[in-house]
Ligand binder design. Structure first.
Ligand SMILES: [Mn+2]
Length: 303
């Protein structure tokens, strides 16, 4: 009998953690004689492409739907963030570092840790089980950690992330984590040449709270000035998304990785954000110092 294929896949609008975690976890599962294939859904961002090039990943599978497939979900667990076809797939395992919003009628393996990246969970397990981590896998996992933790500046960063990253850096042959990390982050931290649509969808997630749906996109910049110049454009496009998806509001979080804070551009019902941060929003936007993480500094306050 042919062995069943298990697709290892992350969330929509894939980021470096989602893609690299899928690749690394597949290699880990393969060692356990599981026929695992890494895949991604949607379009790769320039930062992820840079990481894949650097560590020589070729021909990664781009799935259009997971309908009828058995899947391991990495880096997310809420169906609303999953690739299309998730309702008609069989989820066999989840590895994630986000809030839990998953329900299943079957027992499944669910590995959740409150770390700064999914890659940290996977690497920790590999070290624990003395799995031989190749230079390629170490490099990918390292990129994922540095990306998700914004080179350890994000409020989501834990001691484990830093410890694991240092161990991976040795295997990957990376000598200066900070320089390497900033170089990686810079690949995505520019709005120039990106349409408003690309800016919004480069990392857009949907959430649901008390029957209300809302969407939050996040993009990192090294200078917020760039974002201010594009504000009109972004508001218009975000308005279209809010309308199309029936959202109560939409947010673009522009995170300045140097200044360490985020400018929020909001379209739709602004009250939840005004209430959560005790602020008055003027002309659809507000700057919040220290806000680096969507899942830690923004989403919980809106739930
Ligand atoms: Mn992640």
């Amino acid at each position: 009998m042919e062995k069943e294929i298990i697709y290892v896949i992350g969330h929509k609008s894939p980021d470096t953690d989602t893609v690299c975690s899928a690749i690394a976890y597949s290699s880990f599962l393969k060692k356990q004689k599981i026929n695992a294939i890494p895949a991604y859904y949607g379009e790769l961002n320039p930062e992820t492409e840079y990481a894949l090039d650097l560590f020589k990943v070729k021909d990664l599978l781009n799935l259009k739907s997971v309908k009828g497939k058995s899947v391991v979900l990495v880096d997310h667990n809420e169906a609303i963030q999953s690739p299309d076809g998730i309702e008609d797939s069989k989820v066999v395992e989840i590895v994630d570092h986000h809030k839990i919003g998953f329900s299943s009628s079957d027992p499944i393996a669910f590995i959740a840790r409150p770390y700064g990246s999914t890659a940290t969970i996977i690497a920790e397990r590999m070290f624990l089980e003395q799995f031989k981590i190749t230079k390629q896998i170490a490099g990918l996992l390292l990129c994922a950690i540095l990306s998700d933790t914004i080179v350890f500046k994000s409020t989501t960063t834990t001691k484990t992330d830093m410890k694991i990253a240092k161990e991976l850096a040795v295997i990957a042959g990376v000598t200066n984590l900070k320089i390497f990390g900033i170089e990686l982050k810079k690949k995505k931290a520019s709005l120039s040449g990106l349409s408003a649509e690309k800016i919004l969808y480069s990392d857009f997630k949907l959430f649901e709270a008390s029957d209300k749906k809302f969407g939050i996109g996040q993009i990192e910049v090294v200078d917020l000035k760039e974002g201010k110049e594009r504000k009109e454009d972004i508001i218009k496009k975000l308005g279209e998304i809010v309308e199309k998806d029936g959202l109560s509001f939409g947010v673009l979080m522009m995170t300045d990785i140097i200044k360490e804070g985020s400018e929020l551009i909001i379209v739709g019902d602004i009250k939840p954000i005004e209430k959560a941060f005790k602020v008055k929003i003027k002309d659809n936007s507000i700057y919040i110092p220290g806000m680096m993480s969507r899942k830690k500094d923004l989403v919980p306050k809106l739930m």
